[in-house]
Design a protein around this ligand. Sequence first.
Ligand code: ZN
Length: 216
Amino acid sequence: MQKLLMPFVKQMMLCGYKSAEYKKHWGYPHYGVDISTIQGQGGEDPTVYASGNGIVLLAGWDEKLGGALCVFYPEAYNHETGKYTDVVARYMHLASVAVKTGSAVRPGEVLGIEGKEGTGDYHLHLEFDTDIKYPAYSPQVAESSFWKKGTDSTVNPSYLLHIGEDQEIVPPTYNPAWLNAEDMAIPIIKAEPDYRSLYLTAKQKLDKIAEILKEG
Ligand SMILES: [Zn+2]
């Protein structure tokens, strides 16, 4: 059993799950949350960190949406229902992916770098799905090289996410109308005992990732 953490150290919520504004604007629902290190302009740490203990089911690159990851997080706590559920997390738009298919990850481990591949500005699209048998099948996307068109068995990420030690969500200034109440009410938790040490290790890996990015 585990409580999942936010993906960045310091971040802003940009768009909520099944946001009414999103649907009004795009004409279809939003099956995840959009989270940004303040649109990549705040000089913040752009590293995407693992939310919990998990397994990378698929890691790769989508021709349209960039760096792509499916991470299985077992027994994740839903603070809305009070129940635990197995989920697969789908990460989209990454500039770089730092893990491989089959890797085990721990809270705070480096997954990749925030990007804007296939979208207008820097953000992470994060989706949680209870159907873990088809990790790359997302209701959000059209058929593509990595992602496949799936049916909806998603769950609201803001009900599964928590603010860990050393993490912060800054107030939304981008367009708060695109958020739901629960996106502004993500609970703070005491971190896992070993989270801080893992996180510091992860931070030290930043230089290496910058190097990888430079090499393309
Ligand atoms: Zn999104």
